[in-house]
Ligand binder design. Structure first.
Ligand code: URA
Length: 264
């Protein structure tokens, strides 16, 4: 098939998927396509090539999709967030808490939002809840540096109240972009606020946990929040429910499941 016949017979599903992808990017707060995403080998940019009469539209579209999907790094997303004031949490936070860990992680933990310690240090899960999360990660025989940890909202809600709907809807597109950049095999949503925000439901965490849900094509396991485990204790039913959930996560990742048994 020569380039001209390709150009004139570009399949409509490809055009539709490009349009949907670009709309997704726009909705997720991407203000423009960074220059490095549109630079093709040689001197032309992919955008120029798309409108060039001599270039196969289908080739350009697939190149563009691949380039955009491949190349948005966490650094670029963080830069795009900048000193974010897109919602009212920007006015009261000390530090924006972007996320921490392995940019190629197979497993991502998503919490609700930074607390006082996280706000002070600019890193998620560094306070008491963070110590409990570290215990969970260690029990899975993983290291904090192996996984990626972030939150639904990147700035601390005053008095640690749950993030409000407008704050979640403003901030979660950036989380989506982080996940699209990392491409984890599993996401764990920590607590009802994170699980309900990500799955856009009001179903209680006790009903959501224990099974995988679909989050933009990624299996998502909701589980209890580490702060809840701090209140219920390290040998409570909820603690062992979290362990059951993490067992399923390890199995999905085809990682060994350490043998843990409950103290009577
Ligand atoms: N709780 C959360 O949900 N996230 C944090 O980063 C810390 C505590």
């Amino acid at each position: 098939m020569n380039r001209h016949s390709t150009r004139h017979s570009a399949p409509s599903h490809l055009a539709a998927s490009l349009t949907a992808y670009l709309e997704d990017l726009q909705e997720s707060g991407l203000d423009g396509i960074p220059a490095e995403l549109v630079t093709a080998p040689g001197s032309d940019t992919l955008l120029q090539r798309t409108s060039s009469a001599d270039q196969g539209t289908e080739d350009a579209m697939s190149d563009h999709l691949n380039a955009a999907e491949k190349h948005e790094t966490l650094e670029q997303i963080s830069k795009n967030l900048g000193a974010c004031q897109r919602c009212k949490l920007g006015a009261t936070r000390k530090n924006l808490v972007f996320g921490v860990g392995n940019p190629g992680a197979r497993l991502v933990f998503v919490g609700e939002g930074p607390g006082a310690d996280e706000d002070a240090q600019g890193e998620p899960f560094v306070g008491d809840a963070g110590k409990m999360l570290n215990r969970i990660i260690a029990a899975m025989e993983l290291k904090r540096e192996d996984v990626y940890i972030c939150n639904v909202v990147k700035c601390r809600p005053p008095q640690n109240r749950p993030p409000e709907a407008d704050e979640v809807s403003t901030c979660s597109p950036f989380l989506l972009r982080q996940l699209q950049s990392i491409r984890p095999e599993v996401v764990v949503a920590l607590g009802s606020s994170a699980a309900q925000a990500l799955l856009q439901t009001k179903v209680p965490i006790s009903k959501l946990r224990g099974k995988f849900h679909d989050f933009h094509g990624i299996p998502l396991m909701p589980t209890y929040h580490p702060s809840y485990l701090l209140r219920t204790g390290g040998n409570s039913d909820s603690f062992w429910s979290v362990w059951d959930d993490m067992t399923q996560v390890l199995q999905l990742l085809k990682l060994p499941v350490p043998n843990k048994s409950r103290n009577k």
